[in-house]
Design a protein around this ligand. Sequence first.
Ligand SMILES: C[S@@+](CC[C@H](N)C(=O)[O-])C[C@H]1O[C@@H](n2cnc3c(N)ncnc32)[C@H](O)[C@@H]1O
Length: 288
Amino acid sequence: MITPRPGRTVTGMQVGQPSRTAMATAQARAYHQLADEPRIFTDPLAVRLVGEDAARDNPFDKGVDPELARRRRLFLATRSRFADDTVAEAVADGARQVVVLGAGMDTAAYRNPHQDVRFFEVDHPDTQAWKRNRLSEAGIEVPDSMTFAPVDFHRDNLADALAQAGLDRTRSAVYVWLGVVVYLEHDAIAETLRYIAGQGGGAIVVFDYSYPPDAGQQERGKRVAAVGEPWVSFFTEEQMRSELESAGFTDIEDHSGIALVRSYADIPATGPALPGPHLVRARTASDD
Ligand SMILES: C[S@@+](CC[C@H](N)C(=O)[O-])C[C@H]1O[C@@H](n2cnc3c(N)ncnc32)[C@H](O)[C@@H]1O
């Protein structure tokens, strides 16, 4: 076991500090509520959670072409919209459990209108502790339907943590895993996919992954590495499909981020390149 020392990166994050990229993506979602038309993703808690000043002052956008920053923001809004829509459809089909992996400042659990739908938020303990403070400072109540499960994907056992939190592995569940895969080592990704696919009653997972970065993306990569959260895992569509199939998923949708953003917003063909991530929605066979 590696003994963490403050300030040293052992997990893809700075030990003892919450995720800076979680704050940046939350700022982007909050600013999306204030600035973008049409609004792709509506989140009435987003601005409250980070504060309006922070929403308007995202350090990751400093010195970046405003149109590129807008396109990145629209991608982040799109991936949250995609996850919200997937959860809503699954709940309409009878799912009653949602697991948000690497939740960061995700607010779905606090917007959940269904008292009988349970949410579980899994995140690095440092990020989760910080989020709980932010929720309390913002006066956002944690509903009884929501349970926190602190987990470091590189060190802790996800199955044990979720069992302790009360996840029923015999009933279907939706897993939302946004903005995390690129920060994890391959073994942690493969193990997590196998765990999700083992959900009795069927699993649906929504997540994004990144292609190897091109020149434009490398600049962004340097920024996240500079805050102690380097991108470490990249896949092509074929590689990701093979990971999913070997984990046990049978129904796999893979969308390029660009195509999905364009299905919601009018983005001119010219201008700065959109971010490279792909969004996946994959299912196992259901036996509920
Ligand atoms: C870019 S943020 C995304 C947060 C949120 N899902 C969103 O879409 O805004 C990355 C998240 O991954 C989590 N994370 C990164 N490495 C982790 C690890 N080794 N174990 C657990 N969580 C980790 C961070 O705590 C953070 O919440």
